[in-house]
Write a protein that binds this ligand. Structure first.
Ligand SMILES: *Cc1c(COP(=O)(O)O)cnc(C)c1O
Length: 483
């Protein structure tokens, strides 16, 4: 049998495209009736999917059916109204369409000359972000695969600036963040070559905010010990609790101590679109570099992170190389080669999905949903406060509320942890909701994270009722009683 040609005719492409669009639309429109969470163990997944690569192809309908029947069912639905664990990603449909167009046209967004207009869209989107984040004119950066990649880019730029060519000093570089900072900062520092023992988790206060005095003391001790403090990472919206470090105080200290100021606002940064978010994030614009995650609270699909730099030339200083085979694509003074700002040469146009969604809905609609999500978390907090046997551990902030089951009379910490762990496991096993747990000052906490636009008050109340019912069952089974 002759192999089929790879080029398809117009009608065939159109038919396939419609089938896929129909599949996605049907999936998204029926999310509420699907489980929020479904998974497989490895052996089950292998039986379902492992196969040798076929030498000869199959009809598209068969491939799509295999997707629908064997792949699609077995995943946690991030955009589901009751996906409330970790940090949900709830993309708008126009954002998904923009992403498809970027892929369909296969724009090469690494250098200016081969994708001028898509690159201008990226600069436009970055300029929107700069204004929202109140960074000074001239600040810009690039879109990345996610917050982790953005932070790696920032730390590498900071390292380059700190070493000033003295590579031998790399073993002295020392980095600071709070003990609530996202692990991606530590990982970024590792990748950048900062010795693992030179990453300082600075203690936080009762509200999980970095203590500036402790930062000052840690830097002073390190200087005395011959270290080279070079970067501090403020967290503006901690993944655990939504807590925001004292941004102004840390910015003042960074200026005084000559530290590169990075801010990790991957989760909560786009909350600046709301009035209360803007108040909570005051000072964010003072950063040297700032990590954002449009695939979280700007409602675009994976993958989309962003790094903004006060001085994009600092990124170019660290990342720009000009090999002979790219001599035709050097950027002019007014143009930008995004490959000069980060590690990727070939990169797709992530800006399209942001541009489509924001242009279609406008910022007011997006801000309204963010605001509504924050109110829902506050409502969840109120329900928890009013429920016997539940206890608020951190107040709702940026759509996150931490709480636990705490039956009257049960005060042994280990028993409470075991009870909450079991409640978390059983609740998630139902598939009705995905929530997650964390530890706060040592105590096991349940956590709801509600940034999505599909979640309703009824969802939140039903989830909390399920937690209470489950807690009762777990206790009836003999757990969580005073030992
Ligand atoms: C999600 C998150 C990150 C990591 O971003 P990815 O997009 O997952 O790489 C970093 N910091 C914070 C505060 C986050 O919430």
């Amino acid at each position: 049998m002759a192999p089929r040609p790879l080029e398809l005719d117009h009608d065939t492409m159109q038919r396939m495209g419609r089938q896929v669009a129909d599949t996605v639309a049907a999936h998204l429109a029926s999310l509420r009736d699907q489980p929020a969470y479904a998974t497989l163990d490895r052996s089950g997944a292998r039986v379902l999917l492992q196969a040798a690569p076929p030498e000869h192809g199959a009809p598209f309908e068969d491939v799509l059916r295999a997707f629908s029947e064997r792949i699609a069912p077995h995943h946690a639905r991030e955009p589901h109204p009751r996906f409330l664990g970790y940090i949900p990603s709830c993309p708008t449909f126009p954002a998904v369409m923009g992403d498809w167009l970027a892929t369909g046209f296969n724009f090469f967004a690494g250098v200016w000359s081969v994708a001028a207009a898509p690159n201008e869209v990226e600069l436009t989107v970055l300029e929107w972000f700069r204004r929202w984040m109140m960074m000074p004119e001239g600040a810009s950066g690039l879109l990345t695969s996610g917050g982790s990649a953005a932070t790696v880019t920032a730390v590498v730029a900071a390292r380059h600036a700190a070493l000033r060519g003295n590579a031998a000093d790399i073993g002295r570089l020392t980095a600071y963040c709070s003990d609530q900072a996202h692990s991606s900062f530590t990982k970024a520092a590792w990748i950048a070559g900062v010795p693992r023992e030179n990453i300082r988790p600075v203690p936080t206060d009762a509200a999980f905010r970095m203590q500036p005095a402790a930062l000052r003391a840690a830097v002073a001790a390190d200087v005395r010990a011959g270290k080279l403090p070079f970067i501090v990472c403020s967290t503006a919206g901690a993944t655990n609790t939504g807590a925001v470090d004292p941004l102004h105080e840390i910015a003042d200290l960074a200026a005084e101590l000559k530290l590169w100021l990075h801010t990790d606002a991957a989760y909560a940064g786009f909350g600046v679109l709301t009035e209360r978010g803007r108040a909570l994030l005051d000072g964010i614009g003072r950063s040297d570099t700032l990590t954002l995650d449009p695939h979280k609270w700007l409602y675009v699909p994976f993958e989309c992170g962003c790094l903004l730099a006060r001085d994009p030339a600092a990124l170019a200083a660290a990342f720009s190389v000009h090999p002979e085979y790219l001599r035709d694509v050097q950027a002019g003074d007014a143009e930008v080669n995004f490959s000069d700002y980060g590690e990727q040469l070939t990169r797709y146009s992530r800006a399209l999905k942001v541009w489509f969604s924001v242009t279609y809905f406008g910022t007011a609609a997006i801000a309204a949903e963010q605001d509504r999500a924050m109110s829902l978390a506050e409502e969840a907090e109120q329900v928890v406060r009013g429920a016997a046997g539940l206890e608020v551990l951190t107040r709702a902030q940026f759509g996150i509320v931490c709480f636990r089951v705490h039956p009257p009379g049960v005060d042994d910490p280990a028993a409470l942890d075991a009870l909450n762990d079991e409640v978390n496991r059983r609740v998630n096993r139902t598939g009705f909701v995905l929530m997650s747990s964390t530890r706060l000052h040592g105590a096991l906490s349940l956590r709801l994270c509600i940034p999505g636009y599909r979640t309703t008050s009824d969802d939140v109340r039903a989830v909390l009722q399920l937690v209470r019912d489950t807690a009762r069952d777990v206790q009836a089974d003999g757990m969580g009683r005073q030992p």
